[in-house]
Design a protein around this ligand. Sequence first.
Ligand code: FES
Length: 277
Amino acid sequence: MSGVFSPTRAKIDKRTLRTDKWWLEPAITFGVLFSFVIYATFRAFEGANYYAEHLISPFYSPCLSEACVPEATMFGWTPVSAEIFNFALSPALIILIFPLGFRMTCYYYRKAYYRSFWMSPPACAVAEPHKTYTGETRFPLIIQNSHRYFFYAGLVLNVILTYDAVISYRNAAGEWGHVSVGSLVLTLSAAMLWLYSLSCHSCRHTIGGRLKNFSKHPVRYKMWSWVSVLNHSHQRFAWFSLAAVAFADIYVRQVASGAWTNFYFFQRTLKNHDSRT
Ligand code: FES
């Protein structure tokens, strides 16, 4: 026996002595994350309703497949063949590994899903059901150490999604000043993703780590101080950004399928032209 049941630990036969609702938080986390995974999987395989009126879903950007709606591509760049392994690849599946890997290896989400999905442990002072513990020293959990690389990839995606948000303020003729609910939804989604990335622990380490002293690096110290402030709210940004990205996708899907009308606060005269570039 190991863990809390190992010979050197106090002999307590109950799983926990806690009397509060310690199971509530992991249960809610499980419900929300599981719902998001189901929805994201459905959307990733749907391969449709991801572009409408200069709005592209964050699940499908950048759209790199030859199967992409032409207006949804970046500068018409489609390096991935539409037919891979004899099935039509949804454009979302090409890029999914990066946002998925970033979230799956996030230090906060690790805590969240280790507790809610694996119950390892489910809460403080509640014994886990597992008999052995190897931490993140073996496959597959050793992959968690790749988080910093997913962080770099996430920054690239953030730039692209910010670009998507900016060009959603143009009309079909390429004129600026085209403000709709969809533009604001994409802007909020991009802003939340930046806050999530900039508050990341790897970001904090990239900026202020591996220094012997801060006094010789005043600029990095200043940036580290700012990131440290954001870092305090990383958990909050993790949930806000998840909700914002999910809602941005839902919004674009609803507009693209014709279920919702994208409301315009301001719209300039349209000319006979349509391009995202
Ligand atoms: Fe959460 Fe890096 S620690 S994104």
